[in-house]
Design a protein around this ligand. Structure first.
Ligand code: MN
Ligand code: MN
Length: 473
């Protein structure tokens, strides 16, 4: 039986009765249940998402893209001290590395609170050191320090692109983006050939390649008219010609090596998407797309933060005071008590979760795992080994969100990340919950999370979008 999302709730109920399932909790594959109309929406949404992924590989690129989109939808810049009124749609850019979109609703702010979705726009990657440049034995390299929790060996022997900014001695900001356009050169981290790899391969995977071995190859052609460091000097000459950079400028630079691959459909049926940065751009894209068209009755906020992958620190991470400041500014303008507003607010902490992988079944407890294509996944808690480090949403909060989803025919599932004693993970949920805001985690199940090329289902991505739409409605 076909299910038409959003309208034909009756069909779901009929089906449930037909199969006598009303007493059991069963996860179902959204592709199987979606009407041809919904199938089309799922695939259309995925196309727009892939474009976003291919354009946005760093938090700066995400910020810019989202900002441009928001302006098209009538969002105007907000500066601290601006007066706000019902109907306003505003954006706030945090140091080019984060964006907050919000609209002021007609409903009473104090009693209704704010509906927040928070997602992170940073992804694991290979950052370039501040004194990175050296040459050795026919190759020129950049020294790196990886960003976020990665399996280091996964980042070798593949095409990488370089993204970021350099602040020159004179204060001018130069943008670098090499390796994405057709015909661009790419960059590379070496791995050892298997013929000489027997010692390497007998070690633990953690030591297959060390942090200090993650050096990025950026050239190999010597300059004729210098004595030493001929290749390095040639690269410096090229960089100076193209960008005006001298070696010292790397000190005030933020450069990252990221996978140069484009997001692609995966599978003969094109049901899945492979790409870099599904964590957490598969939350970011649905979340901000949903607020662009959100109903103006609620006061809604979409917070897109940096630094989640390294602990949410700094003034662009979720622990920054700036987000509290923004909520306070809204309350001040709308003459609402900020403490009451926070207490009555509710937040979706939008971040991906681990998708159940039958190839690694031993690390999952299947009943409480996120199954691919069964919808976006609400997690009551994250954390590890005894829920440590989790804000653990209350049953009331989960109940409230569940009701919103069910009333809007959102296809969703629930899970936790892996077996109890095996590990786990944290999200920004706990930092929002600390503000006295009811917060629950939700996100798309990801296969091979934190790998250079991650895998998700188009159905789950679309489900995340419908979840955010329902929440903001
Ligand atoms: Mn994440
Ligand atoms: Mn992550």
């Amino acid at each position: 039986m076909e299910l038409k999302l959003g309208k034909n709730k009756r069909l779901v109920i009929e089906e449930v009765k037909e199969n006598n399932l009303e007493l059991s909790y069963v996860k179902r594959n959204l592709f199987e249940k979606a009407s041809s109309e919904v199938q089309k929406e799922i695939f259309d949404f995925a196309e727009k998402y892939k474009k976003f992924l291919n354009t946005c590989k760093t938090e700066r690129e995400c910020s810019r893209y989202i900002l441009e989109d928001a302006k098209k939808y009538g969002f105007k810049e907000f500066k601290f001290g601006d007066a706000l009124k019902a109907g306003d749609k505003r954006y706030f850019v945090n140091r080019n590395k984060g964006v907050v979109l919000f609209n002021i609703g007609k409903n009473d702010l104090e009693t209704n609170g704010i509906r927040l979705v928070v997602a992170h726009i940073d992804s694991p990657r290979i950052d370039i050191k501040q004194v990175p440049l050296y040459e050795s034995d026919g190759m020129c390299f950049l020294k790196t320090h990886y960003y976020g929790g990665i399996k280091k060996y996964q980042w070798t022997a593949m095409p990488l692109s370089l993204h970021g900014v350099v602040i020159l001695k004179n204060g001018k900001k130069v943008e670098i983006n090499v390796g994405e356009k057709e015909g661009d050169p790419v960059f590379y981290i070496n791995d050892l050939l298997p013929h000489l790899g027997s010692t390497q391969m007998s070690g633990t995977a953690n030591n297959l390649i060390s942090g200090e071995q993650l050096n990025v190859v950026i050239g190999g052609m010597p300059l004729a008219d210098v004595k030493n460091d001929k290749i390095k000097n040639n690269i410096l000459k090229l960089l100076n010609k193209e960008y005006g950079i001298i070696e010292e400028d790397f000190i005030s630079a933020e450069l990252s090596a990221v996978p140069a691959m484009k997001a692609c459909d995966v599978g003969f049926d094109r049901s899945l998407i492979g790409g870099y940065g599904h964590d957490d751009r598969s939350s970011v894209y649905p979340a901000y797309q949903a607020i662009l068209n959100a109903n103006a009755d609620n006061t809604n906020m979409c917070i897109l933060v940096d630094k989640e992958e390294i602990g949410s620190e700094g003034n662009t991470g979720m622990k920054s005071k700036v987000y509290e400041d923004l909520i306070e500014e809204i309350c001040f303008s709308m003459k609402a008590n900020v403490r009451a507003v926070r207490q009555n607010s509710i937040c979706l902490s939008a971040d991906v979760t681990a998708g159940y992988d039958p190839n690694f079944a031993n690390v999952f407890e299947k009943k409480n795992s996120a199954l691919l294509s069964c919808g976006t996944c609400m997690c009551k808690f994250s954390g590890s080994r005894g829920k440590s480090g989790s804000s653990d949403a209350s049953a009331e909060t989960v109940g409230k969100i569940r009701k919103i989803f069910d009333e809007n025919d959102v296809y969703w599932q629930t899970a936790e990340l892996g077996k109890v004693d095996l590990g786990g993970g944290g999200t920004v949920a706990m930092f929002i919950a600390q503000l006295n805001i009811d917060t629950v985690d939700i996100g798309v199940p990801v296969i091979s999370m934190h790998a250079p090329y991650e895998l998700i289902s188009k159905a789950d991505l679309y489900s995340m979008y419908t979840a955010c739409q329902a929440f903001y409605k």
